[in-house]
Design a protein around this ligand. Structure first.
Ligand code: SF4
Length: 435
C-alpha cells in the first residue's frame, strides 16, 4: 500500500484508537503505513500536524469519548492541523456535525486503507468541508486491504481475519456499522503471521467482529485457519479474540486441542443467564446451551481452560430474578475474567425501541454486583496456579492470567517468554519469581 511518502514524510501524526481488538489491529496497520511513508507516529497530539482517530460506537459512552478525542485534536492541532476520523462512529456520523466538530476526513468501515492518501491530500490543502468516504454497508462486502508488518503502537500482535456480522442481536449496532460477515483470504493471513513472527512477535491474537464466522464465505473455516497458522515456525503462542459461544463446534475444538501453540483461554460472551432475556436479545442460545459449550470446551481443552466473558446487565425487561440467573450461570460455568456492561440503547437496533427499561440506580447496582462476583470468580480461578511453574509473555500466562513480579523480584524482559514459579494470587493477578 506504500506509494512513497505522498507528502507525509517527517510529519508527526497522532494515532488514537478506541474499542475492540479489530480496531486495535486497524490502528496498528494504519500507523505502520504512515510510518512506512516517513511519518512519525505519536501517542499524543501535542506537536503533531494531524490526528487519526480510530473510532468506536458500541455504546453511548464510546460515542462521547470519540467526540472528546476530536475536540482535543482540534484544540491542540489548531486550525492548520488535519483531523481524520475512521471506523464505526465515523460510519454513522452526520457530515454536518462532523464539520462543526472540526473533522476534515470521515472514513467509514472497509475503506480505511485509503485514509493515508486522503490525509496527504488534506495536509497539502485543508478541505473546506469534510472529505467523506463511506460505503452503504447494507450491500456489497469487500475486504479492506489493510496489512501489518509489525506492531507499532503495542508489543502484542493482533491479526484481524474477519469483518462484519450477520447475527443481528437485538441490542447490537455493529452489523449496521460493519456490514456482513467477510473473511480475509487465508493465504494473506498466513503471510502476515509469518511476517510478524519474522519481526519477533512471539504471540498472535486472531481477531474479528464475529470471528467464529470466519471462512463461511470462502468455503473454509476458522478451524482450518488455526491448523495452518499453528504450523508457523517460530510462533510461540496463538490466542483467539472474542468468540460467540454458538460458533464453538467440534471441529474448532479439535483444531484448538491439536494446536501446539494455542493458549488455553476462550472469551465467550455470555451477555445474560436468563432464557427470557437471551431470547429478547436474539442471542440464539439458552443458558443451558452456554453451559454445555463451556463443558465440552473443558472436556476437550482441559480443566484449566480459562473461560472469560462479557455480561450485559439491565437489558430491558430484566427483573431481579433474571439478573440472579445471570450471576448463577457465571458461577455454574466457573468463569474467570468478566467484562460487565450496562445496556446502552443504540439507534437503529430493535432493543432501542423496548420501553421496559431498567431504572439507572438498579442498573448501576447490577453492574457493581456482577463486577464484584467477577472479581471473586477470577480470584477463585487464578489461585489454582499458585505453587505451579508457568511461562509468562507480555505480562500474561498462557491461560491469560495477569502476572506481576513479587515485590523485590526481578521483572520480566518485555517480549521474552519467561518461566515463573507462581507463589501467590492477589485479586486474580499472579505473583511469583523468575526461575
Ligand atoms: S454476534 Fe451479536 S453482539 Fe456480536 S457483533 Fe454480531 S450482532 Fe453484535
Amino acid at each position: 500500500m506504500n506509494k512513497g511518502s505522498g507528502g507525509l514524510c517527517g510529519l508527526k501524526i497522532w494515532v488514537y484508537v478506541l474499542g475492540c481488538r479489530s480496531n486495535l489491529y486497524e490502528s496498528e496497520a494504519l500507523a505502520g503505513e504512515l510510518e512506512a511513508r516517513g511519518a512519525l507516529v505519536a501517542g499524543r497530539p501535542e506537536g503533531c500536524r494531524a490526528a487519526v482517530i480510530v473510532s468506536c460506537s458500541v455504546t453511548a459512552t464510546a460515542d462521547k469519548k470519540c467526540r472528546q478525542a476530536v475536540r482535543r485534536a482540534r484544540r491542540v492541532l489548531g486550525d492548520d492541523g488535519v483531523v481524520a476520523v475512521c471506523g464505526c462512529w465515523a460510519q454513522q456520523l452526520d457530515v454536518d456535525e462532523a464539520g462543526e466538530l472540526g473533522v476534515d476526513i470521515l472514513v467509514g468501515n472497509r475503506l480505511k486503507s485509503g485514509l493515508p492518501d486522503m490525509l496527504a491530500s488534506a495536509l497539502s490543502r485543508r478541505p473546506d468541508v469534510p472529505m467523506d468516504a463511506r460505503l452503504d454497508l447494507r450491500t456489497g462486502q469487500t475486504w479492506d486491504s489493510l496489512s501489518l508488518i509489525r506492531p507499532v503502537l503495542r508489543s502484542r500482535a493482533f491479526l484481524k481475519v474477519q469483518e462484519g456480522c450477520d447475527h443481528f442481536c437485538s441490542y447490537c449496532v455493529i452489523p449496521f456499522l460493519r456490514g456482513r460477515s467477510t473473511s480475509r483470504p487465508p493465504d494473506e493471513a498466513l503471510d502476515e503471521v509469518r511476517r510478524m513472527v519474522g519481526e519477533g512477535c512471539g504471540e498472535i491474537v486472531l481477531t474479528g467482529i464475529h470471528l467464529g464466522m470466519y471462512g463461511r464465505d470462502r468455503g473454509t473455516s476458522l478451524a482450518d485457519l488455526i491448523r495452518k497458522i499453528s504450523a508457523t515456525p517460530g510462533l510461540l503462542r496463538l490466542r483467539l479474540g472474542s468468540l460467540e459461544p454458538f460458533a464453538l463446534d467440534d471441529d474448532l475444538l479439535d483444531a484448538l486441542a491439536e494446536s501446539p501453540v494455542f493458549c488455553p483461554h476462550l472469551h465467550l460472551p455470555l451477555q445474560s443467564g436468563d432464557d427470557g432475556i437471551l431470547a429478547r436479545m436474539r442471542r440464539g442460545h439458552t443458558a443451558d446451551d452456554y453451559a454445555r459449550v463451556c463443558e465440552s470446551a473443558r472436556t476437550r481443552l482441559g480443566d484449566d481452560l480459562h473461560i472469560s466473558g462479557d455480561v450485559l446487565v439491565a437489558f430491558p425487561g430484566e427483573d431481579e430474578g433474571a439478573f440472579r440467573n445471570t450471576l448463577d450461570l457465571m458461577r455454574r460455568v466457573g468463569m474467570g475474567r468478566v467484562h460487565v456492561f450496562p445496556f446502552s440503547p443504540r439507534r437503529g437496533t430493535e432493543a432501542a425501541a423496548f420501553s421496559d427499561r431498567v431504572p439507572p440506580p438498579a442498573a448501576y447496582g447490577r453492574v457493581e454486583a456482577a463486577m464484584e462476583l467477577g472479581g471473586e470468580l477470577l480470584q477463585r480461578y487464578a489461585s489454582r496456579f499458585t505453587g505451579r511453574t508457568l511461562s509468562v509473555l507480555y505480562g500474561y500466562t498462557p491461560h491469560f492470567v495477569a502476572f506481576a513480579a513479587a515485590p523485590g523480584e526481578r521483572d520480566i524482559e518485555e517480549g521474552r517468554e519467561t518461566e515463573i514459579r507462581i507463589t501467590d494470587c492477589v485479586k486474580g493477578e499472579l505473583r511469583g519469581c523468575l526461575l
